[in-house]
Design a protein around this ligand. Structure first.
Ligand SMILES: [Zn+2]
Length: 145
């Protein structure tokens, strides 16, 4: 079991989400553009490298064709299950294929697709006790100044 990045970690290092500190508007390089995903992503600066690697692997492995929808990154909100902020509040999580991977249901993503993210710096919500199959968030190990 990996140790997950928490909202407390984010509050300590980055501060309140409302300040939008460390956020960047990332222009996805043309070679990494994925049809259904946006060309520019407003995300935390710490997401650019891992997302670049994940996108490259999705393209290389052909898994990209199983990404049907992009369901967002930055969004200041509380967690679906509880009172603390979601990591989306700092642009440190993304959601994909939400319609088929709703919170609390058995995820419907190919393991090969999941691995493109988990091999490149993300934890997957689909593995949680209450699954959040649409959700990938930055690994704690990559969360630093
Ligand atoms: Zn999410």
């Amino acid at each position: 079991m990996t140790t997950l990045l928490t909202s407390q970690d984010c509050l300590t290092l980055i501060g309140e989400p409302i300040k939008e500190r460390d956020m960047v508007l990332w222009d996805v390089p043309p070679e990494l553009e994925i049809g259904t995903l946006p060309k520019r992503i407003y995300c935390n600066k710490r997401m650019v490298e891992p997302l670049s690697r994940a996108f490259a692997e999705l393209i290389k492995t052909g898994e990209v064709k199983y990404l049907k929808t992009w369901d967002g990154c930055f969004n200041i909100r509380k967690k679906k299950g509880g009172g603390s902020y979601s990591l989306h509040s700092w642009g440190l999580a993304i959601d994909v294929n939400a319609a088929w991977n709703k919170y609390g249901i058995i995820p419907n993503l190919r393991p090969q697709t999941v691995r493109c993210f988990t091999r490149n710096g993300f934890d997957w919500g689909g593995e949680w006790k209450k699954p959040d199959g649409m959700h990938f968030q930055l690994e704690k190990a990559l969360f630093k100044e």
